[in-house]
Design a protein around this ligand. Structure first.
Ligand code: FAD
Ligand code: MG
Ligand code: MG
Ligand code: MG
Ligand code: MG
Length: 549
């Protein structure tokens, strides 16, 4: 079966030429990795350092365990317990990785180099720029917040992306209380100072609101009893529900919990301006503008592309896209030897309908104009690997066999498949295409996937984890990246946790907390096994860095 999985892919020949390079070539290939977040560190964890010369560039010399970042804002978790120095991570690898604490300012794909600067913030006049050449570039710089160009957001809102952000929010929240208890304040002024507004009803905004609620009601009201009844927390969401990317059950569970806690949820409204004392929103239903006094606004909505990548996208013909696109092998489209993963990129998935006639031709080996049932089964098994939407479609229809796709309108089986039957059978499959969420899980799995491809590519090494490599001539060398969803949590405060599990299952309530601890404990243990130092770890609570009362 020739070329079945390669036909749709313009890079496949280039890929082959990389692979066929002589393994005896003395010079190791130079890999430059940008970023030390989930994607970057996961890529570095298993990369074969005997095959590659690796240099890592990141303005932060640590990895941050972001799922616990909202808890840092309220002191439930210490900042130092969720960071991991990059130097520890690379020390644990046998072989050498060079780390440069610097920001990449420019990617120059024509000359295969990146330009970096080590003191972007401090003193731009000093000449601290340097450039690095690469054979392969791995871009894992994450995303920045998206303000949607809303006036005042940069000047007056807090973000929650970095450790420093979380620490700053914590200080500001306490300052709001200090101001609210000063003498000579009117009740209105006290209320304004104690109005905490969160823009964005996604998981980060919701978890922060929940943590803040617990922090206020468990700790701060004891320290500032005079103003305890003046505190208010509001979540502003442009859609109709908070957590709308999750299962409906989770979203209503969270809304009910917030209602009981007295956290106000303003849905269907868009922020139009923020100043130091007011936030202006427009109600979508009525068109009404309202202005809300606030003590602090935490902006936690939307992901934006970093200027570094905007410029790079211009250079490679992706200038009119919103986010950098790769193919399913994580190769940047329109650019050789550059890979991108995690929050900074998105996989531009192929529609099966665009390729349908070439798929049919390749499967119809005798050119008879129809496929036998066996040929049909074979080809669908192949395209399931190439086009993940096929499997999702089969699952959504509760089909147990691929031939279930072939029933005609009366529910009868066919015995031969024409191109028309073939198109009909697959015509609804593309509706199941779904872009991957911007999560740590996706970023980490992409990093692991890419390092496996790199390890096999350079040494023709055996893949211990199974058939990543396609057999058969003319095929694409690797299987495309495939995401496996395990579990996603949202901590809702008061020991309530909601979890979205595989197969449309959800788990909510106090007991889910234990699932949460065990998964995070396991993740921390995975980090430990991978040679990450996480300090003294005695109990599961230590592992998660969380106190259990
Ligand atoms: P990041 O982890 O953001 O890493 C980007 C890296 O690039 C950083 O090291 C950064 O310093 C570096 N960098 C930036 N600019 C440059 C440059 N110019 N040159 C070189 N390096 C650069 N996901 C979950 O799955 N579960 C959760 O519970 C969860 N909770 C979250 C809570 C919060 C508060 C936040 C902010 C995110 C959360 N996420 C969660 C999402 C998750 O953190 C991201 O999806 C993940 O970090 C993406 O990984 P990444 O490597 O692409 O980017
Ligand atoms: Mg990264
Ligand atoms: Mg990170
Ligand atoms: Mg992505
Ligand atoms: Mg035939």
């Amino acid at each position: 079966s020739g070329g079945l999985l390669a036909y749709a892919d313009s890079h496949s020949d280039d890929n082959k030429s990389i692979i066929e390079q002589s393994p005896k070539e003395p010079q190791k290939k130079k890999v430059v990795v940008l970023g030390t977040g989930w994607a970057g560190t996961s890529f570095l964890k298993d990369l074969d350092l005997k095959s590659y010369d690796v240099q890592v560039v990141s303005p932060r010399n640590y990895f941050a365990f972001t799922p616990l970042l909202p808890s840092v804002t309220c002191g439930t978790v210490e900042a130092r317990s969720i960071v991991e120095p990059v130097r520890n991570i690379i020390k644990k690898r046998s072989g050498e990785i060079q780390f440069w604490e610097a920001e990449c300012l420019k990617i120059d794909p024509a000359n295969k180099k990146v330009i970096c600067c080590s003191n972007v913030e401090e003193n731009a006049a000093r000449n601290d720029k340097f450039s690095l050449e690469y054979d392969y570039l791995v871009i894992a710089v994450g995303a920045q917040v998206n303000t949607f160009n809303t006036p005042g957001v940069f000047e007056h809102c807090h973000f929650l992306k970095e450790i420093e952000d979380a620490q700053r929010i914590r200080r500001t929240v306490i300052d709001c209380f200090e101001k609210a208890v000063l003498p000579g304040m009117t009740e209105e002024e006290r209320k304004t100072n104690l109005h905490f507004v969160i823009v964005g009803g996604g998981p980060t905004g919701v978890e922060f609101a929940a943590d803040l609620h617990d922090f206020v009601h468990e700790d701060l009201v004891k320290i500032y009893p005079l103003v305890k009844d003046l505190v208010k927390i509001t979540v502003i969401q442009s859609g109709d529900h908070i957590l709308n990317m999750f299962d409906k059950r989770i979203s209503s569970f969270a809304e009910q919990k917030f209602q009981r806690d007295g956290i106000e949820v303003l849905t269907g409204c868009r922020v139009i301006r923020v100043s130091d004392k007011l936030i202006n929103v427009k109600m979508k239903s009525t068109g009404e503008d309202i202005s809300i006094p606030h003590g602090i606004v935490v902006w936690s909505t939307g992901l934006g592309t970093r200027p570094l990548l905007r410029d790079f996208m211009q250079q490679i013909g992706q200038g009119n896209r919103r986010i950098l696109a790769t193919d399913e092998w994580l190769r940047v489209e329109g650019c050789e030897d550059v890979y991108a993963l995690g929050d900074c990129a998105t996989i531009d998935q192929r529609k099966i309908m665009e390729d349908i006639s070439s798929i049919f031709k390749a499967a119809d080996k005798d050119d008879s104009g129809f496929l036998t049932i066996e040929e049909f089964q074979d080809v669908v098994e192949d395209i399931i690997i190439r086009y993940p939407q096929v499997e999702l479609y089969l699952k959504s229809k509760h089909f147990s066999e691929v031939t279930d796709l072939l029933k005609d309108s009366e529910g009868n089986d066919r015995d031969a498949v024409t191109i028309e039957d073939f198109e009909l059978a697959l015509s609804h499959v593309d509706s199941k295409m779904k872009s991957l969420p911007a999560t740590a899980q996706v970023a980490a799995q992409q990093g692991a996937y890419l390092s496996r491809c790199f390890n096999i590519k350079e040494k023709g090494k055996h893949d211990p984890e199974g058939p990543l490599r396609f057999r058969g001539p003319g095929r694409h060398e690797f299987r495309p990246f495939r995401y496996k969803h395990f579990v996603q949590f949202v901590a809702l405060g008061g020991e309530q946790v909601a979890a979205e599990l595989p197969g449309d299952r959800v788990s909510m309530g106090r007991s889910t907390q234990w699932l949460w601890y065990s998964v995070y404990a396991r993740r921390r243990t995975t980090l430990l096994n991978a040679g990450y130092a996480v300090g003294e770890v005695k109990t599961i609570q230590d592992l998660a860095g969380v106190k259990i009362q």
